[in-house]
Design a protein around this ligand. Structure first.
Ligand code: AMP
Length: 375
């Protein structure tokens, strides 16, 4: 039995990938309408509930997580009873943007310039050092573009402070980071997997398009990525994996500028920009994550075809229309529609990226909720 902390769509897709291997799953999450609740054992409890954690751990072979804001204390408590992968150090580094960027920098992986900010005065000093434009972010609990404010001038600095300074003070003891704005050409991500024996496999580089801070569209393999760029991304990912003695899937998001990669953040888990691998890769990220944490041989991570992945956000598309598009596969997560909520995704597979683009355009024309924010 595999234990998973968090019970959202990533957990659901992990379970769906595990059933052909004869695996069984137990999830723990505080959410009411968890996407896994109809397909696996589910303990509904807070991550701090010690009694529930003990019940959760009973009889488990291994524990993993599908959500990077699981408290590190919770994971450390579980490691006393059962192996937990990826290691808690990866979780800790990814939960705090300052620690994460410092970690990248120490490994020689480029990042945007950054300075820690604890007060209004420190924000002015940081702006004097970094210059405009910049982005003020909360160090913790930021995701999907939440907890950040762009600063292009002194007025915006005041507004960013009003928006983030107060709430950060209450929630996280005033932990903020100011980052220089990277004038990137595009955003790409590298997914990599490391097994218990230290062997690694790397998925092809993926091109990502965000709107309002959320991923809308991924293209795999990233069009026109040179072999040099692909090697660089793998080299950076390998440094992170080896340093952390990592086990499982890791995603690193980069800004690309020419042949340079600037690391923005990492996720110690399966990742939205890897959903295309279910149909589009020889072994999906979900299966490879399970293979890694169980000490099984890793599967080949090459792409089988050209792919796009479109997130379904806020409203459902017409199933008839989606499935009438050639090479389109629909995944729904069993959630109720709500503005801004990730409800599912569509993967489009074809022989060439040109053919993929034609189908993506067809999907966008047929379903207003899939556009027009990306691409
Ligand atoms: P994050 O929450 O750090 O992933 O940021 C969400 C999105 O904001 C990223 O995918 C980028 O599009 C944009 N962004 C974040 N940080 C920067 C930066 N330092 N320079 C330029 N754009 C950024």
């Amino acid at each position: 039995m595999i234990g998973v902390l968090g019970a959202g769509q990533l957990g659901r897709m992990l379970a769906l990938a595990g059933y052909p291997l004869g695996l069984r799953f137990r999830f723990l999450d505080a959410a009411h309408d968890a996407p896994v609740k109809d397909l696996a054992e589910f303990i509904r409890a807070d991550f701090h509930d010690k009694g529930a954690l003990d019940r959760f751990a009973d009889g488990l072979e291994v524990v993993t997580y599908e959500f990077e804001n699981v408290p590190v204390d919770t994971v450390e408590r579980l490691t006393r009873r059962v192996p937990v992968y990826p290691p808690p150090a990866a979780l800790r580094a990814s939960q705090d943007r300052l620690e994460e960027k410092t970690f990248f920098r120490n490994l020689g992986i480029p990042t945007a310039p950054f300075v820690a900010v604890h007060s209004r005065q420190e924000l002015d000093a940081a702006l004097a050092k970094i210059g405009y434009p910049a982005i003020l972010k909360t160090r913790r609990m930021g995701y999907d573009g939440k907890g950040q404010a762009p600063i292009r001038n002194a007025d915006e600095a005041e507004r960013a402070w009003e928006a983030l300074g107060e709430s950060a003070a209450q929630a996280t003891g005033l932990a903020l980071i100011l980052e220089g704005f990277v004038a990137f050409e595009r955003e790409v991500s590298q997914l990599a997997v490391r097994g218990r024996d230290g062997r690694m496999v790397f998925y092809p580089l993926v091109e990502n398009h965000h709107a309002e801070g959320m991923l809308r569209l991924s293209l795999a393999s990233a069009p026109d990525a040179s072999p040099t760029l692909a090697r660089l991304a793998r080299d950076y990912a390998a440094r992170v994996l080896d340093t952390l003695n990592y086990v499982g899937v890791l995603a690193i998001e980069f800004f690309q500028w020419g042949e340079e990669l600037i690391a923005n953040e990492m996720a110690p888990r399966v990742h939205n920009s890897g959903h295309w691998t279910i149909e589009g890769a020889v072994t999906s990220q979900f299966e490879n994550h399970l293979r890694a944490i169980l000490g099984l041989p890793l599967g080949i991570a090459d792409a089988r075809c050209a792919c796009a992945m479109l997130n379904i956000i806020g409203d459902f598309p017409d199933t008839q229309k989606v499935l009438s598009c050639p090479g389109a596969h629909l995944h729904l997560y069993g959630k109720k529609a709500r503005p801004g909520r990730k409800l599912g995704h569509i993967t489009v597979c074809a022989e060439t990226m040109e053919m993929v683009r034609v189908t993506v355009e067809q999907l966008r024309r047929s379903t207003s909720t899939l556009g027009p924010n990306f691409g």
